[in-house]
Design a protein around this ligand. Structure first.
Ligand code: CP
Length: 332
């Protein structure tokens, strides 16, 4: 596949995603996103949730629009939920099979994008292993097209960040009084980045990022966070504990990464390690999970776990984001 242009203007992403009237046109990052807009999207997502066992919420807000899912990296949750979200809002949804697409014949990503634009695609949902791809595409599409970042290298996964803070908001009273511990491979995790950014914008009391030293983040990428390699101290009296898997697909050299047993003993979220968190602490995981490595299976399936709730919220959040960019489109 063709290389993209160097990423030179990261700081412009937050402003690039708003149109001239300050409305959301693209969702590229949660960094720098206005707190009011973030809360509005969480409120909108709540409106797309229905009681368990009842039919999912539907609307025709995207009737006549076309959404294309372009996943140049593997996905279950994000891809399936964008697919369902688009259909439940009345859009035509195209899931491009990247493995049989002409990108395999050397077509550039922009030629793929221009081809879909010519087919009157309105929204492109993009996941890619390279940093900068969603913003790069956003800078090249026609004025009426929206780009939604569905996972960008180790940089950003904004809809995951939204669904994570929505899930926390549903279980806890106020962000200001919360201690949130994110545990695992922070360095390579776009989820850690976006969820941390959302929590910071919402004024979380304490954000703790816990990992083996070799998987610790660059402190400048997470201003204000407490970075620790001590699980027991890191989750002490935490209200929320989120486990992350080791992102092996983004780690070139596995030297220094603890083996499975050592990792689980020192960084695994288990019934035993959760004894250090608050008694009412919730357990989260963005998925996919590696049971017995970063999380004990019976804890993930138990009453403290809100992992399936995260998945449910993922559809609602993606409906809220699609709805919002659809309304921005309609107002043009
Ligand atoms: N959490 C998440 O992004 O999962 P998928 O890779 O399955 O989409």
């Amino acid at each position: 596949m063709n290389a993209i242009e160097p990423r030179t203007d990261l700081q412009d992403e937050a402003s690039l995603q708003l149109d001239a009237n300050g409305k959301l046109r693209h969702l590229l990052t949660l960094k720098g996103l206005d707190k009011g807009l973030l809360i509005d999207m969480l409120d909108d997502a709540e409106g797309y949730l229905t009681a368990p066992g009842s039919q999912p919420a539907r609307s025709r807000v995207l009737a006549g629009r076309t959404v294309a899912n372009l996943f140049f990296e593997a996905s279950t949750r994000t891809r399936a939920s964008f697919d369902l979200a688009g259909k439940r809002l009345g859009a035509d949804v195209l899931n491009l099979d990247v493995n049989t697409s002409s990108r395999k014949k050397g077509e550039s990503i922009l030629d793929t994008i221009y081809t879909l634009e010519a087919m009157q695609v309105d929204v492109m949902v993009v996941r890619d292993a390279s940093a900068g791809v969603p913003a790069y595409i956003a800078r090249h599409v026609l004025d009426h097209v929206s780009i939604l970042n569905a996972g960008e290298s180790d940089v950003s996964h904004p809809t995951q960040g939204l669904l994570d803070v929505l899930t926390i908001r549903q279980h806890k009273d106020s962000f200001e009084n919360l201690a949130v511990a994110i545990v695992g491979d922070i360095r390579h995790s776009r989820v850690a980045m976006s969820t941390s950014q959302a929590l910071t914008t919402l004024g979380v009391g304490e954000l703790r990022l816990i990992s083996p030293a070799v998987l610790a983040p660059d402190p400048e990428s997470v201003p204000g966070a407490i970075i620790s390699d001590n699980l027991k101290e890191g989750i002490r009296d935490a209200d929320v504990v989120m486990a992350l898997r080791i992102q092996r697909e983004r780690i070139g050299n596995l030297d220094g990464i603890p083996g499975i047993d050592e990792y689980f003993a020192n960084f695994g979220i288990s019934h035993e390690s959760m004894m250090h968190a608050k008694p009412d602490a919730i357990v989260m995981h963005p998925g996919p999970m590696n049971r017995g490595i970063e999380i004990e299976g019976s804890l993930a399936d138990g009453p403290r776990s809100v992992i399936t709730r995260q998945v449910t919220n993922g559809v609602a959040v993606r409906m809220a984001v699609l709805d919002r960019v659809g309304k921005t489109m309609a107002a043009r």
